[in-house]
Design a protein around this ligand. Sequence first.
Ligand code: PHE
Ligand code: ZN
Ligand code: ZN
Ligand code: ZN
Length: 297
Amino acid sequence: ATAVIIFNQGNTPDREGLIVGTLLPDGAGVTIPVVGGSYGDGVALSQAGSTAHIQVDPPENRPQVNVLAELKGTNDDNVVMAGAHLDSVQRGPGINDNGSGSAALLEIAQNMSKLKPQNTVRFAWWGAEESGLLGSNAYVNGLPQEELDRIALYLNFDMIGSPNYVFMVYDGDESGFPAPAGVPIPEGSIQIEDLFESFYTKAGEPYDDAQFSGRSDYQAFILNDIPSGGLFTGAEVVKTPEQEAIWGGTAGEQYDPCYHLACDTYDNNSLHALDVNSDAVAAAVLTYAYSTETVNG
Ligand code: PHE
Ligand code: ZN
Ligand code: ZN
Ligand code: ZN
């Protein structure tokens, strides 16, 4: 018999491994030969002939919170939101995923604190993203329609300092949400993409598209038709030779070799990517704090 074991690859609740028809009890472990795979716990587990020790971690039960901070603008009915998830996977400290986005937002929030912008700016540090986008879903789905209507746009920053980075901007033209859902990308999202792309052009940095796949906290905003955008420097996907020629780094290695692992520590960041992207976060938040006309008309 062959068992398919799905490891925790992201923010979907997929921590159960069904092994030869037997559901392992919590805390139990078993050693099995590996037939093959595409992506696992690091690269080793993908290789046929290796041996995997499967351990089911005991379930965690602890409260998580969203942290929200708002700077009131002259027009309080046009709210610019920017968010980053503050939690990490249980396995590691999550410095790139997502200390990077959280720190960039914190820096811009502190620097803006003495301003009185035109539009209200609301920062969100989401909880429990890794457990299935729980914090952002709870927040957005808990808002009545008249509160949703006050939100002009949402900017998401999840992994913006990957060590083997590619500068990517969420693509406002095309939905990458899994079929057959066919979730449309809200109008105005293309204009947000344009703003980040002109930032990179002025900074002399090359960029590419990232798909809106539904894998981060923008999901609930898009499902509620709120124009969205943001930045991403890559997770478990392997860099191509073409990308190495453009961005440097190492082809054949993951954008983030420590994605969801214990080694996602302070050293697991490109300081250059983090530097450029912190400025991009600041440019976008500040621009929209003064006008969202390009996005909302
Ligand atoms: N949300 C994923 C995580 O936190 C990272 C990710 C972001 C993956 C965007 C793909 C696209 O693990
Ligand atoms: Zn993650
Ligand atoms: Zn993340
Ligand atoms: Zn585009």
